[in-house]
Design a protein around this ligand. Sequence first.
Ligand code: ZN
Length: 266
Amino acid sequence: MTQPAATATRDEPTPAEYSAQIRRHLETIRRAWLWLQFPTTTPGGAPTGKPGSRPPIPVDPLSLRAEITHDLAYWCHALLEDHPEGRRADAPLLDLTDVPAMLEHLLAETRWIGGWAFAKRMEDELRYHAIDARTIAWPRTSDSIFLGECPVTIGAGGEAVTCGGRVRATARHVGDIPCPRCKTKDTIEGWLLRIVGTDRPVTIPQLVPILAGRLGVRVDERTLQRWHKAGRITPCDGTEGKPLFDRRHVLTVVVAREAMKGQRSA
Ligand SMILES: [Zn+2]
């Protein structure tokens, strides 16, 4: 059932590119595999998402291990069926439940796999597994957190232009954060004042989209209510039933919390 490899068009990767991509995904899965068995964090609650969906939070490690094992066995099997000539007579039987062995087997074939008729599908499947595996194995790939775009006005040839550099706070440089573009330095509070301004205080429900949009941090209303009760965030105004918060204060608390998480996982 060998099919001729599809001719590469401009939009489609070449066989060599497919080979390189597939190799990268396999290597990512190989590096992550140990961590998938002993994940550093477990996602809260039950397994998420329907089959085939890609939720933004990590899938649970048990399901991902099962999916990866199943799919690697499928690809090893398909490869042997389609290219029996590639198998040495004295090669040991491949255990289709042994993920490291299957990864080694597939990695040894990646030189030509990019030209295989199923390379596109294989690359597609492995890419999602590699992304999920990385998300679980290394929940925070960076110990920095995005604060916003630099609003500093820089003069370019007499014209006033907003800098727009992407300012990130890191756990190591909390008091002295530079803009990567204009090199302005400030503290977290200083940057948040520049970026968010001194707008009027907001309610807890209003904070949810602000945190998500500004910091990419998902904190739900109930968590914020809990923080409020525990005194981790303090309202600056409002009545008992409808407390109002200075958004910079809450952003600072969240940034400090994220920086701590980054330090722990580093
Ligand atoms: Zn800047």
